[in-house]
Ligand binder design. Structure first.
Ligand code: FAD
Length: 321
């Protein structure tokens, strides 16, 4: 018996969230004695990337290297994963919580008659069924759900588990799957690539600016800091509403929800709707000239000061590192 993990990738690289899913599956397999962890990757992925999945705890990667699987063909992915699930004799599928992950998992829940829980934050209690803790209300509360079906699907929240990096390595096997025309009945025909060097939803570090930045002409400061840190840039809602920054950078309840290792908020007051999008961050640093700004209550580190003085100094200090 195996635990199967569905791998997401972009530009040939395996996403960190999928490596977290493999790490989670590895710990789960050790807990339940469910045997080996097998990962499945669909479409074009760089070979060294596939092997690296082994460091996160998979012993085997099944790779269907079919270019038709590159284009957001969710139904085809669900069909391919269902076939692999049966062939490796899995009872549990683990994947990363994401738009794609949820879309594939929902279809698989039907195909496999599996109970599914999304936004999982820790290993389930596994005596009998699975008792699964998940994050709800944009990270403000937790719920426990029980899966009683034989087949189970768990979508793991970003940053909820530590990344395993000492796995023994994985063998990569070619996977051929039988797909029909109906599996390709719908596909994503074009996507708009967000600007910036690092994509916001995936970013491990985010530098975000608010109305305190006074205007779009001052964003060079935010971008400089982001560049030094290898970070994505974000902003508060009013900033994108006014048109200082594009809408896809808007972070919060009504925008992108991020869960980076480090979130730096500059000139953002910390309204509850903004916090709803950042409260899964591992470490929050706030730079604000108002010591009473509500964001400081949610911060791990705070700098009370004028962003126009603090940020360039911070960038220079980091460059000098
Ligand atoms: P402000 O509230 O104007 O704060 C600016 C901050 O900059 C202040 O704290 C000020 O002290 C500081 N500042 C000023 N000058 C400087 C300086 N020189 N140096 C350092 N600091 C300085 N907002 C979101 O962000 N995301 C959402 O998803 C979102 N969804 C919403 C949904 C609803 C239904 C509603 C009603 C509101 C939503 N909002 C959202 C808006 C939210 O309530 C706040 O109005 C918004 O987050 C405030 O943005 P801000 O912090 O950039 O601006």
């Amino acid at each position: 018996m195996s635990v199967l993990v569905y791998i997401e990738h972009a530009d040939g690289k395996v996403k960190k969230t999928s490596l977290e899913a493999v790490s989670f599956a590895s710990a789960l397999a050790a807990q339940t004695g469910e045997g080996e962890v097998v990962a499945i990757a669909l479409g074009t992925v760089d070979s060294p990337e596939l092997a690296s999945v082994g460091k996160a705890g998979a012993s085997k990667v099944l790779h269907a290297d079919d270019v038709r699987l590159n284009d957001g063909v969710i139904q085809a992915h669900a069909s391919a994963v269902a076939q692999a699930f049966a062939s490796v004799g899995a009872k549990t599928l683990v994947l990363a919580k994401s738009s794609l992950g949820d879309a594939v998992a929902a279809r698989l829940a039907i195909k496999l008659s599996a109970g599914m829980v999304s936004n999982v934050v820790e290993l389930p209690k596994t005596s009998g069924g699975y008792l699964v803790k998940r994050s709800i209300y944009t990270g403000k509360a937790f719920a426990e759900s029980e899966i009683t079906t034989e087949n189970k699907i768990l979508a793991v929240k970003k940053n909820a588990v530590d990344l395993k990096t000492d796995g023994a390595g994985a063998s990569v096997e070619k996977l051929s799957v039988a797909l029909s025309d109906s599996d390709f009945a719908s596909k994503i025909t074009s996507t708009e690539r967000a600007t910036g060097e690092v994509l916001l939803p995936e970013a491990d570090i985010v530098v975000s600016g608010g109305r305190g930045m006074k205007g779009p002409e001052n964003w060079g400061m935010i971008e400089d800091l982001a560049r030094v840190l290898g970070a994505a840039t974000g902003c508060s809602k009013p900033v994108s509403d006014i048109g200082w920054r594009p809408h896809h950078e808007h972070v919060g309840q009504t925008g992108v929800k991020v869960a980076p290792s480090l979130y730096i908020a500059i000139g953002i007051s910390g309204a509850i709707q903004h916090l709803a999008g950042v409260n899964s961050s591992k470490c929050i640093v706030v730079i604000n000239k108002d010591p009473e700004a509500p964001f400081f209550k949610a911060a791990d580190y705070g700098i009370v000061g004028d962003a126009f003085e603090v940020v360039p100094k911070l960038t220079e200090a980091l460059k000098a590192e």
